[in-house]
Design a protein around this ligand. Sequence first.
Ligand SMILES: [Zn+2]
Length: 249
Amino acid sequence: MPEGHLVHRYAREQDAALAGQVLAVSSPQGRFDPRPYDGRTLRSVEAYGKHLLYHVDGAPTLHVHLGMRGLFLRHDDSAVPPRPGVRVRLAGDRAAYDLIAPVRCEPLAPERVRALRDSLGPDPLRGDADPDEAVRRLSAARGAVGAALLDQAVWAGIGNAWRAELLFLAGLDPDRRGVPPRTAGELWALAVRHLALGRDAGQVVSDPAAPDERWVYKRNTCRRCGAAVRVWELGARTAYACPVDQPPG
Ligand SMILES: [Zn+2]
């Protein structure tokens, strides 16, 4: 399931490959109307949290949310025939991207783009994110910090794997309530640093010295101290934490 780091990676890669070009847009699956976009110039591809926004000259913004199962296939030869299940193919001069199984793929009028932006909290991977606002939203959140981190209106782009690993790095119990501003600021700094590493590596990176390893996420034992990882439901997703490195209270 793609979290913010992968969505930003997709945006960066597709912007580099397609922006400034006239797109050939099609929907092999037939569940998307490509006509407003086909034959128009892609201005830029933007990521905001887990959302992708394609800005196309003379057309509504194209909004894509990958959800749990969505993905892109890249073809270096845009003449390669798409699979029948492809929702949208975006083909430029040199490359084509096939979007498969998104939960959202829709044109958005400007007021709906604005509403989408307004619904999202600061995104640690965006240059325009306001760290003070990020601190304010997290420390004002009611309920457990582990639930607040998954709320895209608090911070945008954090999913379950990042929640587990960032709270481990901060030494915070996911059940903790009432995170003080200083702690929220430390967590934000961890998110900014590690999500950027994750975007560049194409995977969650919580230990730059061992980028394929996790501290607690989907582990039986803590990679630092060996304690049995605590596993429970929090914010409708499975939480993972070390009872030693993330002591309660
Ligand atoms: Zn531990």
